[in-house]
Design a protein around this ligand. Structure first.
Ligand SMILES: Cc1cc2nc3c(=O)[nH]c(=O)nc-3n(C[C@H](O)[C@H](O)[C@H](O)COP(=O)(O)OP(=O)(O)OC[C@H]3O[C@@H](n4cnc5c(N)ncnc54)[C@H](O)[C@@H]3O)c2cc1C
Length: 228
């Protein structure tokens, strides 16, 4: 897992930063060549050793392989259309290939989850929050950790692609994903020494499932699951 380095130009830390267990602990120097050298050093930096990034696709494949090793059967391209309930208990899911009986149903459908919980008469305060995902073709060993600063959030994947996330602004021409990718590439060139190549390969809007109150929702439904 790539570790995380948070950089501040003016040293103005948030309360969350100050609460972090790694705040104030010796970390890596901002001049550390493992980071890719920042061309304009900030006043302060926080090395969050307990935070980091991993390849979500690789992690998903590892989890699937692990589940299969324990006997799980994976049904891909199989949309859940509804639920089978008995006395207010969900006893199965209705899918495009038929009904699948289940003792326990876990919903992990990203931004699609509210459509499913609505069918059960359960209201879930999840909002779809847009963000820009950018993948650049770049040179190896440019960034060796996850760098998060007011200017950029960037890390390097195992196949040398640079991955960046940017705020979604609006639908204006100048804020389309491709335009933001070019602006962000310019920022990365300015912020890091030694950038030889950084060419946008993919830029798109992704929807993040965000709890409306910011608090994670991982819980059994206590409400009756019978459709109203
Ligand atoms: C640009 C961007 C940057 C992000 N950065 C970060 C970050 O830095 N840190 C972080 O923690 N998170 C980040 N996220 C959020 C993170 O990706 C999501 O929180 C995470 O993917 C949610 O996982 P999930 O399994 O709940 O949903 P998803 O990964 O969205 O998976 C849900 C799956 O369910 C499927 N599905 C939906 N409805 C149905 C149905 N009816 N039947 C069958 N299948 C269905 C979908 O097709 C999908 O495959 C980011 C997201 C984006 C878009």
């Amino acid at each position: 897992m790539d570790r995380c380095l948070v950089l501040q130009r003016d040293g103005d830390w948030s309360a969350a930063d100050l609460r972090s267990p790694s705040f104030g602990k010796p970390g890596v120097s901002i001049a550390d060549s493992r980071l890719g050298t920042k061309s304009q050093a900030p006043h302060s930096a926080l090395y969050a050793a307990e935070e980091g990034a991993l390849d979500a696709v690789a992690a998903t494949h590892a989890l699937i392989a692990g589940a299969q090793a324990y006997g799980a059967k994976i049904l891909t391209q199989t949309r859940v259309l509804g639920f089978v309930t008995q006395s207010a208990t969900v006893t199965g899911v209705e899918t495009t290939i038929g009904i699948v009986d289940a003792d326990i149903v876990v919903l992990a459908a990203g931004t699609g989850i509210t459509k499913l919980t609505d069918m059960l008469g359960v209201s879930l305060p999840i909002e779809a929050s847009p963000a820009i995902f950018i993948r650049y073709k770049s040179q190896p060993n440019l960034v060796h950790t996850l760098i998060s600063s007011p200017e950029m959030e960037v890390r390097q994947s195992s196949n040398d692609a640079l991955l960046a996330a940017e705020d979604y602004l609006d639908d204006a021409m100048e804020n389309q994903p491709a335009a933001i990718a070019l602006r962000t590439a310019k920022t990365i060139r300015n912020e890091l020494h030694g950038v030889i190549s950084i060419d946008p390969e993919r830029a798109c809007i992704g929807l993040r499932p965000m709890p409306a109150d910011g608090i994670p929702i991982i819980t059994p439904s206590s409400k009756s699951c019978a459709p109203s």
